[in-house]
Design a protein around this ligand. Structure first.
Ligand code: NA7
Length: 535
């Protein structure tokens, strides 16, 4: 392709999506390079190396499906793999397909500017290098910019402090230490039981409890390994087409179709079921009927009361401000039981908020506690965080940060007008469900689009504004039809000053598939394809 560029395709980010994009673009015959800020592949699974970090989608549902050989040779050890196994897997993929030779680590993108005359991108990195590319693909992730709350005095603390999303690669020792964990989202509830086992004292600072249910992880048995190997084609077909990207079977009943005893039995079955099946395989009206949702919440609340010995503590751990599915529910292993340990205590920040961090610890309106170590499990600038921090400038120097000042506008969650030849799979407006599945759909779509452009001699790809407006309108229209509310960080609510916009694809994966099929059947008319003069 273009001779006036260093590479045809420049990918940013070596997470699941970026590795996939590098593989697909290279297979399609493009010259590719990948830049990654970290020192190794993994993205989210590189940075979130805190103890207890693990999938809460099944390992094999999260894995790549583009190579049968890869699928057959990699044996996941657990249904929900821990971070070290995930990082090993991603390194294995990179080595198996010889991708490392096109990856540059320790290279954080500091700016990316579109050059109108040549329809190319010039990208600069923190190691003072510049690279030009025809196509820029930012696979920079949705949960990749850690969010630290603006608590006064955070820098004054003299002990150790870490964010779960920026965890050090050297071991962090909790033994005999007084530890604080701030935040009880998916990351907090994963790390808390691990620290509870080791620390002298653990104080959990909770602002809002979540509806946590058991992950129900287990080793994968030999029989299950044999099934996984033998059934690749059928499993791939299910994962490629399932709305949420899981293997779970949907249920066929509404709650009211069962009597009370049957309902209780069914809820017990759900409680004992793996991970997200509590959402995907629950009563079909769980998110549409307030009574059904309330009954499930009451069932979960009873479980919390039965697991946590102290009634007052159990009560604080039960959500009062939202229903199941209004926020992304975490999945847990031994979380509630941790609060029965004598070395673990809970501070309810809704009653006694944090005043400041001191040199020695944390002060709330109820007084101060001293710590050796503070863990910030306080989440991320979701969806747009990384894209808006890369210094991206499109046509006429338009900054993406300005273009999206009121929230992101996209087509299929892959492109936005004014930024030709720039794509962002796995970014905002992608879909909702098991991330690698619909991010993979986007990677496949982008690759097919690039191939189509090359085959027809085009070197400029830009979304048609009408197509983008229709996609954004679809997202807005469907917001009310999905379960998440503005309490969820999926609306950007957790970051002060961030516009409140739904950051997922409220039409879900089926809408993405339908649109992709339409685009392909009408010769990519949703995009303006052209040739740069003289190229
Ligand atoms: P989350 O789910 O955003 O959780 C962040 C937690 O931090 C949550 O409990 C917040 O409480 C808490 N938080 C945030 N700011 C503050 C302040 N200022 N004071 C006290 N507590 C605070 O992030 P995670 O890393 O746990 O999970 C992110 C995703 O990773 C998860 O959904 C999975 O997809 C994997 P709040 O609820 O806002 O009151």
């Amino acid at each position: 392709m273009g001779s006036n560029v260093d590479v045809d395709v420049l990918v940013v980010g070596a997470g699941i999506t970026g590795i996939h994009q590098l593989y697909r673009a290279r297979e399609a015959g493009f010259s590719v390079q990948l830049l990654e800020a970290g020192d190794g592949p993994g993205g989210t699974w590189f940075w979130n190396r805190y103890p207890g970090a693990r999938f809460d989608s099944e390992s094999y549902s999260y894995a790549y499906l583009f190579s049968k050989e890869l699928w057959e040779e990699w044996e996941w050890q657990e249904h929900f793999a821990g971070q070290p196994e995930i990082e090993r897997y991603l390194n294995h993929v990179v080595d198996k397909f010889d991708l490392r030779r096109d990856m540059r680590f320790g290279a954080r993108v500091t700016s990316a500017s579109y050059d109108e005359a040549t329809a190319t991108w010039k990208v600069r990195t923190s190691d003072s290098k510049a690279i030009t590319a025809r196509f820029l693909v930012a696979a920079t992730g949705i949960l990749s910019v850690p969010f630290f709350p603006d608590v006064p005095g955070r820098d004054d603390f003299r002990g150790e402090q870490h964010h779960t999303g920026l965890w050090p690669s050297t071991p962090v020792d909790f033994a005999d230490k007084r530890v604080a964990v701030v935040g009880t989202g998916s990351s907090g509830v994963q790390i808390i039981p691990v620290i509870a086992q080791e620390a002298a004292a653990l104080t959990v600072y909770q602002r809002t409890p979540n509806w946590c249910t058991p992950l129900n992880n287990a080793p994968i048995t030999d029989d299950q390994q044999a099934w996984l190997r033998a059934d690749f084609a059928a499993i791939k077909e299910t994962l490629d087409t399932s709305p949420a990207g899981f293997l779970h079977q949907m249920h066929d009943r509404k709650a009211a179709e069962d009597d009370e005893r049957q309902r209780h039995q069914f809820f017990e079955k759900m409680w004992a079921s793996p991970g997200f099946s509590k959402l995907t395989s629950n009563y079909t009206d769980l998110f549409f009927d307030a009574d059904t949702n309330a009954q499930w919440c009451e069932f979960v609340a009873d479980k919390v009361r039965s697991l946590v010995h102290e009634t007052a503590v159990a009560d604080k751990l039960i959500p009062k401000d939202h229903r199941f599915g209004e926020k992304r529910p975490p999945f847990v292993t031994g979380y509630y039981e941790s609060f029965n340990q004598p070395n673990v205590s809970l501070v309810d920040l809704s009653e006694t908020p944090i005043v400041r961090v001191t040199e020695a610890g944390i002060e709330t309106t109820a007084g101060s506690r001293e710590f050796d170590l503070i863990v910030w499990a306080t989440g991320f600038d979701f969806g747009t965080g990384a894209l808006l921090r890369m210094g991206i400038q499109g046509r006429d120097g338009l900054a993406l940060a300005d273009h999206w000042a009121d929230g992101p506008t996209t087509f299929l969650g892959v492109q936005t007008e004014g930024f030709p030849n720039f794509f962002f799979p796995g970014g905002p407006h992608a879909a909702a469900g098991n991330n690698p599945r619909y991010n993979g759909d986007q990677v496949d779509f982008i690759t097919d689009l690039l191939v189509h452009a090359r085959d027809h001699g085009y070197d400029l790809i830009e979304v048609d504004p009408a197509a983008e407006q229709a996609w954004v309108a679809m997202i807005e229209r469907n917001v009310a039809r999905q379960s998440f509310t503005e309490k969820s960080y999926y609306f950007g609510t957790n970051v002060p000053g961030k516009p409140r916009r739904f950051l997922l694809n409220s039409g879900g994966r089926p809408k993405l598939h339908k649109e992709i099929a339409k685009i392909k059947s009408n010769d990519y008319k949703a995009f303006r394809l052209s040739t740069v003069q003289g190229s």
